[in-house]
Design a protein around this ligand. Sequence first.
Ligand code: BMP
Length: 266
Amino acid sequence: QRTEMGYFEQRICLQQNKMARTVLETVQRKQSILCVSADFTTKDKLLKLVDAVGPHVCMIKTHVDIISDFDHDLVTQLATLSAKHDFVIFEDRKFADIGNTVSLQYSSGVHRIADWSHITNAHALPGDGIVNGLKKVGLDKGRGLLLLAEMSSAGSLAVGSYTQASVDMARRHKDFVIGFIAQRKLGDSDDDFLILTPGVGLDVKGDGMGQQYRTPQEVVDAGTDVTIVGRGITGSEATADFDKAASEALRYKQAGWEAFASRHKL
Ligand code: BMP
């Protein structure tokens, strides 16, 4: 019988990238596979939300380009909350350009994502150059990258040979690519890529704009490592209720961990 330590130690050993190890260690320490997608558009509400759900998550996912009053104090405060609550920061930037352009988008501009986001993600569409461009900026800073191998939305074109080519691309860059945004386990046990799955909800099946939800149990059964939950926990920003968000986060944390612990015999 494998012990809980055994399961995580085994996986941590296989990771070449430090941030991949940090994600697994955080999951183990907090007994949480929950990433909250904090998609609020004002600094004040975003920080209150993150402080409320922080105790229950291994990771917080941001879209900084939706924040109307973005400034660098926001990322300073996010870093403080990350240390306070022990979570990894994931800026969901979905880079999709040639290597030279993404290296500038990652390091520069208003957001300077590489300076504060522990992990970010990219489409495999442009080819290996996108990974090389991001790696040039992020590797020395200890960052990690996820490739979007599949998407949760209806009619996604990221299927079949595109998904397979994304896995092959990740294998060529194991020092920097830590895993995938995907709907199921990808790669084999030698790879041990992290699988992060959005489109997770306990109460509804869609959002009327193409999003498709499965339960934490369903996505863990499909082989995910981290469940990404936005509106199922946060509700709408207009009627933001931070106590409710905290209790919903706890509910999703428990549902996810119960499924994960049972699947991996922890
Ligand atoms: P929600 O749970 O409220 O539907 O939010 C899902 C989040 O995950 C959004 O921030 C979205 O941008 C992101 N996402 C997704 O829904 N599907 C994908 O395939 C990839 C994503 O990054």
